[in-house]
Design a protein around this ligand. Structure first.
Ligand code: HEC
Length: 670
């Protein structure tokens, strides 16, 4: 982004120099930056792409595009030819749409209609287009990752797109882009690195002319309140972030890093696609906040005048979450010494249930003893077998994963904890090279009177997953079919280091589909519940279909080992395909328990895990990973010889029993 600063700063100087009344002539040679800073954008298929992830690519070609225009379409189809020609060399091709009137859905429709083979990056805030100084459709940028993402070439695709009416059928006289790619691949200078782009529809950038105003964005009135609101909960004294934003000076010092972390969508850590669903505790910057912050950072983070509220209102992180206060009951788990290296087996910690009467929880907060080593906690209640069976069902009594927030249960609903028995916690520790000591505490907030409804939870998972060694975008699908109406309270996706993208959609019995949540880029370090602002009604017969995409390539910096075929497992170097949902049955109340529905829901689980293409049949090719052993029995089990096992055939074949162990493994309520 530094390079943009240069361009915009120059423009600001010019603007200041000529005064406000003078008209600045548009430069004849486009002022594209020398280098491109990191950014992340989501494409028309909802997948995120981070520029610096592709540092391994020998060259990256980016073309500005708009929907419905002949030039964009012709250029896109010519670009596809280049893509095919340079496939073996590993050159990557992207289009970028910064056009404010092209929505993502419209771009997806255009891509489908035109049969695009190249992802369209949606630059909805125009921040990347501003950085690149795009002015028209059809502009090509050839980037050289090895030279710090230098813009090795900027100009039209080739001479046919340079002037007049482009004629894609004409013979190419000067293949600017191909020549530039060849030069970058060969490590030589591009002969003609900047060619003026004279034709193509102009893309309007309303903020572009406002560089001078950006330098006047008020830190005091505009920027500090954004940081206070969206960053300080973690970036405060005693908070989980590595530095406290408690004065302008700190912010100024971190300004270049802030620019990078916001542009690459690492910060603030909130990863749900803003177009899909509406969730509580949304830390994301709004579009306006994002633009204000970036424009202010690009303008050099000026102090301006006015109060510094980050300093005058500096706070310290509370011991327990502010919105909940001190817990009614605190369980102090036994402490554990984590060695400096090696694998630590899951630690079981059992405590006597502090609740002597049937209790309903309204919230649970976990205070890790040492966040650097505590990887996750799962839990459940086990009844005292010498006593009559509990009157209320027992379930999870709290869970923790990195980045988790307190679990708050919806109004009128409680998480049941039967009286007596024990609370069991399974603790997973990772080693860091430094010995550590963990003493985790669990805070329970109880309901003073019993609720009307019961919080239930279930997991959509695929224990037959198999991720081939080295594969960068491997997809797995699993589903569950809801036998009765239910309200979804919480969506919680979970995978390990290779998890890269996840989404959950519903498919109603009439075949209609609706996306409920999508994380364009999943981040293992930030796992949290996504609670819809309004519970989502799921009608009887609806399938909830989860899709996970995994990155088992060497390019995934978190990948523990790209050389192995990965299957299901609890340790971090193994993988999970896991999506928990919390809900309540629409017609279940505390006095009318519907355990029967819970059983019915589980019946769809085996087929939902195995049926990767969601066609209600399990084909032999879908018996992978932990289920590969069933292949030998396939022909016998397929009684009606239609080439697939339906739910009945699966049940008759006792596949469910064969998978019982895996199902138990997947049952942990993370
Ligand atoms: C939910 C807690 C949380 C919030 C909210 C949050 N941060 Fe962070 N931030 C962290 C943590 C933890 C780290 C340490 C690195 C990591 O774990 O990703 C971090 C690291 C950073 C860094 C260091 C560089 C980097 O990318 O790792 C910057 C800069 C930063 N945050 C800026 C911001 C800004 C700006 C906001 C608000 C717009 C923000 N953060 C909001 C928790 C948070």
């Amino acid at each position: 982004m530094k390079s943009v600063l240069r361009t915009t700063a120059v423009a600001a100087v010019i603007a200041a120099f000529v005064g406000t009344t003078a008209v600045v002539a548009a430069p004849t040679v486009s002022a594209v930056p020398e280098k491109v800073g990191n950014f992340q954008l989501t494409d028309h298929t909802r997948l995120a792409h981070e520029l610096f992830y592709f540092k391994y690519a020998p060259a990256i070609v980016l073309m500005s595009q708009t929907n419905g225009s002949k030039l964009s379409r012709d250029a896109a189809s010519e670009l596809s030819k280049l893509q095919a020609a340079y496939k073996d060399k590993g050159v990557l091709f992207y289009m970028i749409n910064s056009n404010l009137s092209d929505s993502r859905d419209a771009a997806a429709a255009e891509a489908k209609k035109q049969g695009f083979t190249i992802p369209v990056l949606m630059d909805e805030l125009q921040l990347v287009g501003e950085q690149l100084n795009i002015s028209r459709e059809g502009e090509i940028f050839v980037l050289d990752p090895k030279a710090g993402f230098k813009v090795a070439y900027h100009g039209p695709l080739d001479d046919r797109f340079a002037k007049g009416t482009p004629n894609a059928k004409a013979k190419i006289a000067d293949a600017y882009t191909a020549k530039a790619i060849d030069a970058v691949l060969g490590g030589s200078q591009v002969g003609n690195p900047r060619v003026d782009v004279k034709i193509g529809k102009a893309v309007s950038f309303p903020e572009r002319g406002k560089t001078a105003q950006h330098a006047n964005i008020s830190y005091s009135k505009e920027v500090a309140p954004i940081l206070q609101n969206k960053c300080v909960t973690c970036h405060q004294k005693g908070g989980i972030a590595p530095f406290a934003m408690d004065s302008y000076e700190v912010v100024k010092g971190f300004a270049p890093m802030m620019l990078e972390s916001v542009m690459s969508e690492r910060m603030p850590p909130y990863f749900a696609d803003p177009h899909i669903g509406n969730f509580k505790n949304n830390h994301a910057l709004s579009a306006e906040q994002n633009k204000t912050l970036i424009h202010w950072l690009e303008a050099g983070a000026p102090r301006g005048s006015g109060e510094d509220i980050l300093k005058t209102q500096a706070s310290e992180a509370p011991e327990w979450p502010t919105e909940l206060g001190k817990p009614d009951v605190i369980v102090k788990l036994p402490s554990f010494d984590v060695p400096s290296s090696g694998t630590v087996e899951y630690q079981s910690m059992r405590v006597d249930n502090p609740f002597k009467e049937d209790t309903w929880l309204k919230a649970i907060a976990i205070k890790p003893g040492d966040r650097t080593v505590l990887h996750h906690v799962t839990s459940n209640h086990s009844p005292d077998r010498s006593k009559p069976a509990p009157k209320i069902p027992g379930g999870s009594v709290g869970s923790y994963t990195p980045g988790a927030e307190p679990q708050i249960i919806a109004d009128n609903t409680g998480a049941p904890v039967p009286a007596g028995g024990r609370l069991n916690y399974s603790m997973h520790y990772t080693t860091t090279g430094k010995a550590a000591h963990d003493a985790t505490e669990i805070g329970y907030y109880t309901l003073k009177s019993p609720p009307e409804y019961i919080k239930r939870s279930t997991v959509i998972s695929d224990f037959s997953l198999k991720i081939p060694a080295g594969e960068a975008r491997h997809q797995e699908i699993a589903y569950l079919e809801f036998p009765a109406d239910a309200y979804l309270y919480t969506l919680y996706p979970h995978a390990h280091y290779r998890g890269w993208h996840v989404e959950l959609k519903q498919k109603t019995p009439d075949g209609k589909e609706k996306m409920l949540i999508s994380l364009p880029k999943y981040d293992f370090n930030w796992q949290r519940d996504y609670d819809p602002v309004e519970p989502i009604l799921v009608k009887a017969g609806t399938k909830l279909i989860a899709k996970w995409v995994y990155d088992n390539s060497t390019h995934n910096p978190a990948n523990p080992d790209a050389k192995i075929n990965v299957t299901w497992g609890e340790q971090s170097w193994e993988e999970m395909m896991y999506f928990r949902v919390n809900y309540r049955w629409a017609d279940e109340t505390r006095t009318n328990l519907r355990n029967d529905l819970q059983t019915k829901l589980m019946e769809s689980r085996t087929i939902g895990a195995l049926d990767d293409n969601a066609d209600d049949l399990v084909q032999v090719t879908e018996l992978t990973g932990a289920m590969a052993g069933m292949k030998a029995r396939f022909a016998d089990l397929d009684v009606n010889k239609d080439g697939g096992l339906d739910a009945k055939e699966l049940a008759a074949g006792n596949i469910s029993r064969a998978t019982a162990r895996q199902l138990r493994d997947t049952d942990i309520d993370l």
